[in-house]
Design a protein around this ligand. Structure first.
Ligand SMILES: NC(=O)c1ccc[n+]([C@@H]2O[C@H](COP(=O)([O-])OP(=O)(O)OC[C@H]3O[C@@H](n4cnc5c(N)ncnc54)[C@H](OP(=O)(O)O)[C@@H]3O)[C@@H](O)[C@H]2O)c1
Length: 240
């Protein structure tokens, strides 16, 4: 029997790459990635779909291909791709605001819109949206990023409720996950002084590892998490 397909966006590095490595044995992966060299080890038996999710035309084409090439056996989607352009709002160019809203919020919404219909036909499927701890805590110089990530939590809860009303006896789950400070290329760019400030707010006294997020994703996709729906799962070492 063929393995169920799981889409991971932003699989080229960081959390997405760790998720891809963790899920590779159990699922057929659709790897959304721009950088081929990082995922070469994972290509066999999997699929690669590239798209700039900040570009509305590329996003549209991506959703179309996802549906036509993988729609029939798609089991889950992990909307992981994300980006942050940190600046005081007063100095944030409008095009950067648009990019952050597009990549972090609109793309996951459009991908979810594409797949929820397919999941509705099968009465089965899982969507996991990767939010962030800053969605709840807020963070200076990340107001737009935090707003987009907070939007993802509300979006996931609402879509979970909507599926409950539309599809009788379904096994569709929509969730979000809020990582804390996890060591990846994204956080490697954070200045040392900021990192020290963060560390003081983490009871676990260390930054998280990408494999710890990947392990949580593996659990959420499994039947062991069958009653977890609409929730936002915080994985942050107790960060406050
Ligand atoms: N690391 C953390 O501490 C942390 C905490 C909370 C939430 N998060 C969230 O977790 C997710 C993964 O973060 P990460 O730390 O792994 O970040 P990362 O190392 O910077 O990786 C981000 C991924 O998103 C992709 N991406 C960014 N902009 C894109 C665009 N316009 N079109 C297509 N793909 C795009 C990147 O692809 P390319 O580079 O190949 O273009 C890359 O694969 C993000 O949503 C982030 O907001 C991370």
């Amino acid at each position: 029997m063929s393995q169920p397909k799981v889409l991971i966006t932003g699989a080229s590095k960081g959390l997405g790459l760790a998720m891809a490595r963790r899920l590779n044995q159990d699922y057929c992966l659709i790897l959304h990635a721009s950088r081929d060299e990082n995922i070469r080890e994972l290509r066999e038996g999997n699929f690669v779909l590239a798209a700039d999710l900040g570009d509305p035309d590329e996003l549209k084409e991506f959703c179309k291909k996802l549906k036509s090439e993988h729609g029939d056996d798609l089991f889950a989607v992990i909307n992981n791709a994300g980006m942050s352009l940190d600046k005081p709002l007063a100095f944030q160019p409008e095009k950067d605001i648009d990019s952050m809203l597009m990549v972090n919020l609109k793309a996951p919404i459009m991908i979810s819109k594409t797949v929820i219909k397919l999941f509705g036909l099968k009465n089965k499927g899982i969507i996991i949206n990767v939010s962030s701890c800053v969605a709840e805590t807020g963070n200076a110089f990340q107001s737009v990023y935090a707003a987009a990530k907070a939007g993802l939590i509300a979006f996931s809860k609402s879509l979970a409720k909507e599926a409950g009303q539309l599809y009788q006896g379904h096994q569709i789950r929509v969730l979000s996950i809020s990582p804390g400070f996890i060591k990846t290329p994204m956080t490697d760019a954070v200045p040392e002084s900021e990192k020290e400030k963060y560390l003081k707010m983490i009871p676990a006294q260390r930054f998280g590892r990408a494999d710890e997020i990947a392990e949580t994703i593996a659990f959420l996709l499994s039947d062991k998490a069958s009653y977890i729906n609409g929730s936002n799962i915080e994985v942050n070492g107790g960060l406050f």
